[in-house]
Design a protein around this ligand. Structure first.
Ligand SMILES: [Zn+2]
Length: 315
């Protein structure tokens, strides 16, 4: 088909590079000319995002890092919904949109190309997440729900994603750079205290004072990121990424790591596949498939290597 399509699927089993840690969505093709001529396709794997959310419930993370009861309640109520919508907007309205000036190629931004492209897609998602149209369409319940998504993105970009970085290291991965770039740029440009980092009992928290103002800032940054992309402005891309996306504040980093460590959580998660067994009748015809979730992580890996390994153990 031609155009931009978005689908939601359920993963039944994970394999190859997607096992045991997996993406929660796929967006293809990568080549810009195919996107332009024929469109793109976005697939979200809903049961995996759902599993991540369920696994995160009650782990103490929200209590430790979200500033107050009201913000926590909103995150609990609308966080998952905002996340799902943001991902769809990121893929369809973000990656699926935008034009380059004649003669400009995506490769013009070189090593900063993927970070800028992810930032562009994220900003589309953020800006349109607060669009009243989403409420009108029934995708969000009311005009306040998007605030859960805004808080989540800002807190992650400014603070909590740092748990994945070792002390003293810079941010390298394109998505992580993009999230810090956005949050940090907005924070540095919040001249009317739209967003602040405040200290309470020796701990730092993100405080959002003006959500509509924050949306305007996302819009301003989106305009600039789109300009950089469309014009292939390498110097501006480099400046943007290196100023806002790479360096971490060492004191804040230390504090976040220490607070996170106390929660005893893993920074990445993986999955265990269910075991499917065919049920057959007396003629050998398959009548059903039973699903069993009781196999352990280690047992599963050992069984896979025993039964499916195609390399000899001894050469
Ligand atoms: Zn993306």
């Amino acid at each position: 088909m031609k155009g931009v399509s978005a689908k939601v699927i359920t993963a039944a089993i994970l394999g190859g590079d997607c096992y045991p840690a997996t993406p929660i969505g796929i967006n293809l093709p990568n080549a810009n000319w195919i996107r332009k001529e024929y469109g793109s396709k976005s697939v979200s794997i809903d049961n995996l995002s759902h599993a991540y959310d369920e696994a995160a419930k009650g782990n103490g993370f929200a209590e430790e890092f979200i500033i107050d009861e009201e913000t926590r309640r909103r995150a609990e109520q609308y966080g998952t919904l905002c996340n799902d919508l943001h991902t769809d907007l990121h893929e369809c309205a973000g990656h699926g949109s935008g034009k380059l000036l004649p003669g400009v190629s995506k490769d013009d931004l070189k090593e900063h190309g993927s970070c800028i492209e992810e930032a562009r897609a994220d900003l589309f998602g953020l800006y349109y997440l607060a669009d009243p149209k989403l409420v009108e369409l029934g995708l969000l319940p009311d005009n306040d729900a998007y605030k859960a998504g805004y808080y989540q993105q800002m807190m992650n970009g400014l603070m909590t994603q740092l748990v994945r970085i070792e002390p003293g290291k810079d941010i390298e991965e394109a998505h992580m750079r993009d999230r810090q770039l956005i949050a940090n740029w907005v924070y540095q440009h919040a001249e009317n205290q739209e967003v602040e980092i405040v200290e309470r009992n020796g701990k730092h928290y993100l405080q959002i004072n003006d959500y509509e103002g924050l949306r305007r800032l996302f819009g301003e940054l989106l305009r600039e990121i789109q300009r950089i992309t469309s014009e292939g402005d390498y110097a501006a891309a480099k400046q943007m990424v290196e100023t806002y996306g790479v360096k971490v504040n060492p004191e804040l980093h230390q504090e976040i790591l220490a607070r996170y460590k106390k929660l005893n959580l893993a920074p990445y998660k993986g999955f265990v596949n269910p075991v499917y067994t065919l049920v057959t009748d007396e003629n050998g015809t398959v009548t059903d498939v039973t699903i069993d979730y009781s196999e352990g992580y280690i047992e599963q890996h050992l069984r896979y290597s025993r039964n499916y390994s195609f390399l000899p153990d001894i050469n």
